[in-house]
Each structure stands twice: as C-alpha cells, then as structure tokens.
Design a protein around this ligand. Structure first.
Ligand code: PLP
Length: 412
C-alpha cells in the first residue's frame, strides 16, 4: 500500500471557506425566503465582465490557432516573450527588472504555493497573522511545520501579529535566524499597506540575515495613494533578497481566466547543503520546465492586451469600480460608528467587531440579521480575531444594498 503524504492530515479540517459555506447552507435551508436576499461579500472573486481589449485579443488568438501559419502548440514554460516584455516595459521600466526575470503562470496562488519546491527542509519561515491561508497550508503540505495548536497556529512557523497597534505591519523579529518571510501588500485580508520606510527596513533585515522575502503584490493595481510601494523591487537591495508575485486576477478580472507572473531576479541566491551560494532563478526555471507547460497562448495574448491603450483604460475602469465600492463600504461603516481599516489602496475593508462580539459571532450576525456574507477575521489567523473583512468585489447595486443594511442595523 502506498504511503501517503501524512503532512496533509495536519491541515485544519474546518478550513475557512468551507466553514463559511456550511453556515451559509444551513442558513439558506432554515430561511429560504431571507436567503433570496443574501449578498455575498465574502470571498475575493471579481464580478465585472472581462475588459473588451482582453476579450478581443483572446478571440484573435483563438483564430490564430485555427490557421497553420499562426498555430501555437506547446509554448515556452516560462511564458511567451511578448507577455514577459510587455510586463517588463509597463510595470518595471523604472525598476530594473528584465523580461527574462519574469515567469508567466496560471495563478499567483499556484506560484506562492509551488515556490516551496525549490526550497529545502529546515528553513525558518515567517508568516504574518492574519494571513492569506495558502502560505500556511502549502508549508504544512511541504512538511515545514509540526501540528497546529488550539489557536490553529502550526509549530515551526513564526507568526508575526498584524493588528491596529502596529498599523498591520509586523515588527521585525530579533534574535532569531530567519530564512523565508511572506509579506503581502496591499494586504489580504486587512486591506492595509506598507510604507516605503517599513519595506526598506524589511529588505535591510532580509539582506543582513541572508533571508528571502516572498512578496505577494496581487493587489498592487489598487494602490491609489502616492508614495505607497507598488513593488518590493522599488527598494534598493531587494533584487538580492526578494521574489515578487503578481496576478491579472484582480485588476483585469482574470480569476476564471487564470494568468499571473512571478519575478525572480537573477541576482537572488540561496545556499546549498554545502553552504555554497546558488542562484534561485535557474531552479525556478527548471521547476517550471519540468512541472508546468505554460499558460495557454490565448490567455497570454489576453493578458498582453491589459497593457494596450484600450486595455489600460478598461482595467482602470474596473479598478475604479471596485474602489468606488470600497469607498462606499468604508464610509458607511464609519458613519455606523464602526472602526475601519484598509479599503483605501485595496478592495478589502477590515472592520473591528463591535465590543464584545467575536469574529464568528459577527459573521453569524451579519448573515442572520443583515443577510450579508462577510469573512470572519479569525479565519485568517489568531490575530484576526475581533475583526471581519468585507470584500468590495461586487456590483454597485449589491454594495449599495449592503450599505443600506449596515446603516439600518449596525448604527451605534
Ligand atoms: N495572493 C493573494 C494575496 C490573494 O488574495 C489571491 C486571491 O485571492 C491570490 C494570491 C491568488 O491569485 P490568483 O488568482 O492569481 O491565483
């Protein structure tokens, strides 16, 4: 009988979104009438149609595949040059990242998880708390942790709390050897950002400690305030200590289309078991060549169109739509007397639960009394207790209705 990967059995059974699903189903069964008015502001999935420029490019690419001359079979595993170059030219022109340091994929979720393939056992790993659950679960699957405790924290990971007290940016650890650090800004779930000074301090720490920062910038397009870093590579020295993940999911509505990219500078190194420096870039290139056959040609053409003149305008309209929703949610919660974070440079609004109510109780209250599905903060980690997340990924009508219900029922 084959031995299974026992680490999977350490994963917590009540994973956040299945638990939300269970509670929503129970509510729907018990309250079929009220369930008709249910509005979901839980998961971060987009609602608006794909930009026309992207659709046109994908249609044209499908037609290419119908001709012998322009037919494309297997593409380069690292992505087509046309897309890698479009990204380098449009997103990293001033930052000194070259097209061949950009790897195209079918999602930032897969990349943030798969990246562990190229790191060995025994690394000390830092996770912010609350956190996008994929970083934690993929480390559990890879055997980088022990079991979880009552609070749901896994032995072996170093959790850095991000709360209102530290502006949702973790304090830099002292006195511990650190190897890998996951940072995500604009942050999911808190919707908050990191300042240039704070990111500079993290880069300095990583360099001093020969650590690598895994920087998830999936929400970069939602940054509206000047001065907020869009990429970790804006910080001097980050080329030697960081990998960045980006995605077309949230800005261009590609959650169902699937296209993302990961930037690995050629100057980035790790160490071998013999303590020799080894470049990371060729390892990821090799990993992709062996285990991945590239995102599809029509999809990469669609992603390329994000950087056309029409594509840029249409993507900006999408981002403006979601951020208009975020503004409405923020203002309504503030007027209702709630304490609110995020939602300024990100489509997530992170709300403090009113006194005496914990995250799941607030989830139940929002579900039962307002018929609105939110995400309980504690589902993202112990430090998320006492908060809940409202996603601005929705239609304007739904957000306006959610705001009416919040004003009516939650005003203090
Ligand atoms: N990174 C973060 C922080 C996310 O919140 C998400 C999706 O919600 C992803 C990555 C996944 O992106 P993709 O759709 O490209 O897999």
């Amino acid at each position: 009988m084959p031995q299974i990967n026992d680490h999977y059995l350490k994963l917590k059974a009540g994973y956040l979104f299945p638990e939300i699903g269970r509670r929503v189903s129970a509510f729907t069964e018990a309250n079929p009438e009220a369930a008709k008015n249910l509005i979901r502001c839980g998961i971060g999935d987009v609602t608006e149609p794909l930009p026309e420029a992207c659709r046109n490019a994908m249609h044209a690419a499908i037609d290419d595949l119908g001709t012998r001359k322009d037919f494309h079979g297997y593409g380069p595993e690292q992505g087509y040059a046309f897309l890698r170059e479009a990204i380098a030219d449009n997103q990293f022109q001033k930052i000194n990242i070259s097209a061949d340091e950009i790897f195209i994929s079918d999602g930032a979720k897969c990349d943030t998880g798969n990246i562990l393939d190229i790191f060995g056992p025994g690394n000390k790993i830092v996770i912010t708390d609350p956190v996008y659950p994929v970083y934690v679960d993929t480390n559990v699957m890879a055997g980088n942790t022990g079991d979880s405790d009552e609070a749901g924290n896994y032995d072996g990971l170093l959790y850095l709390p991000c709360t209102a007290e530290n502006d949702f940016v973790p304090a830099i650890p002292t006195g511990e050897k650190i190897d890998l650090i996951y940072l995500c800004y604009p942050n999911n779930p808190t919707g908050t950002t990191i300042s240039r000074e704070q990111l500079t301090a993290w880069v300095a720490f990583a360099k001093e400690n020969d650590a690598i920062i895994l920087y998830d910038a999936a929400y970069e397009a939602f940054i509206r305030e000047d001065g907020v870093p869009h990429s970790i590579f804006e910080i001097d020295g980050a080329r030697d200590c960081a990998i960045e993940f980006r995605s077309f999911s949230k800005n261009a509505g590609f959650t169902g289309v699937r296209c993302a990219y990961t930037i690995i500078p050629k100057s980035l190194t790790g160490k071998t078991v013999n303590d020799e420096r080894q470049a990371i870039h060729p390892l990821w290139s090799r990993r992709q060549s062996t285990k991945f056959n590239g995102a599809s040609y029509p999809i990469q053409r669609g992603a390329e169109a994000v950087f056309s003149d029409a594509g840029k305008k249409q993507v900006k309209n999408l981002v403006d739509h979601y951020m208009g929703n975020a503004d409405l949610i923020r203002e309504t919660c503030l007027k209702a007397g709630l304490t609110v974070y995020g939602g300024i440079n990100s489509p997530y609004v992170w709300v403090a639960c009113p006194d005496g109510i914990d995250s799941w109780a607030m989830f139940d209250k929002m579900l039962n009394e307002l018929n609105v599905v939110v995400t309980p903060g504690s589902g993202f980690g112990a430090a998320g207790e006492g908060y809940f997340r409202i996603s601005a990924f929705n239609t304007k009508e739904n957000v306006e209705e959610v705001c009416r219900r919040i004003s009516k029922s939650l005003s203090q």
